[in-house]
Design a protein around this ligand. Structure first.
Ligand code: AP5
Length: 218
């Protein structure tokens, strides 16, 4: 099965994707993480995209498309994708459809997480990510365990685009570019909307129920 999860910045896409990956043995394709890796590894592309990401805008469709095809083409990932943060506009959605068809796959379910801007501001300002294992925490809602070996406070990092100003710009970018996907996937009868303001475990159960009740998995 192949899933898409989308929603505004801080909606919980990464948090939920990690649960779904563990439960259903899927492969998380997060374009945000792939792009951040380019910056971390100081590639030519990393230099080009860092200022775009820190402005709250989208990286060009062409760059993102090239990056994702190498994952979609891998046989071991076939029909095991959760696309987290891709597509982010109609052109990317059309491109994803084309790529999946090229590799004899399709989208089975699209999950949209809904969260208000006020809550997003708090989630983003409180977010920390473990630089060792990638686990996502939040100082207000989901603090890292005390005395943990891996996620000890010295390993917890803030993202450079997690300031309030940039978060608001990312939200505006989402409204303008990504919200049209709601109608796009509704027409294809693939969309399910989930209340992203519920507790993490409750959302996780709701998503599991949607996955388990979806017919037509390969
Ligand atoms: P990306 O990394 O995808 O960022 P985003 O879409 O803004 O989403 P976030 O990662 O901020 O949030 P999330 O929804 O994953 O929330 P999380 O689970 O962490 O993209 C970054 C940038 O890369 C973009 O701005 C763009 O420039 C570029 N980019 C990426 N993809 C692109 C594409 N396809 N095309 C072009 N450019 C692209 O949760 C947030 C916090 O809330 C955490 O602290 C978490 O612990 C907490 N939390 C989560 N759920 C709950 C809950 N239910 N209750 C309480 N707290 C919760």
């Amino acid at each position: 099965m192949n899933l898409i999860i989308f929603g505004p910045p801080g909606a919980g896409k990464g948090t939920q994707s990690k649960h779904i990956v563990a439960k259903y043995n899927l492969f998380q394709l997060s374009t945000g993480e792939i792009l951040r890796d380019e910056i971390k590894n100081k590639t030519n592309l990393g230099g080009e995209i860092s200022s775009i990401m820190n402005s709250g805008s989208l990286v060009s469709d062409e760059i993102v498309s090239k990056l994702i095809e190498k994952f979609i083409s891998k046989l071991e990932n076939k029909n095991r994708f959760i696309f987290d943060g891709y597509p982010r506009n109609i052109s990317q959605a059309e491109n994803l459809g084309y790529l999946l068809e090229k590799y004899n796959q399709k989208i089975d379910l699209v999950l949209k997480l809904s969260v208000s801007l006020d809550l997003i501001k708090k989630r983003i300002s409180g977010r920390y990510v473990c630089s060792i294992c990638g686990k996502i925490y939040n100082e207000f809602f989901n603090p890292a365990p005390i005395n943990a070996d891996c996620c000890a406070s010295k390993f917890l990092q803030k993202r450079t685009d997690d300031t309030l100003d940039i978060a608001v710009k990312r939200f505006q970018t989402y409204e303008k570019n990504t919200e049209p996907l709601i109608e796009f996937y509704k027409k294809l009868n693939l969309l399910k909307v989930v209340n992203g303001e519920s507790p993490i475990t409750q959302i996780n159960e709701e998503i599991s129920d949607l996955i388990d009740s979806n017919e037509g998995w390969l």
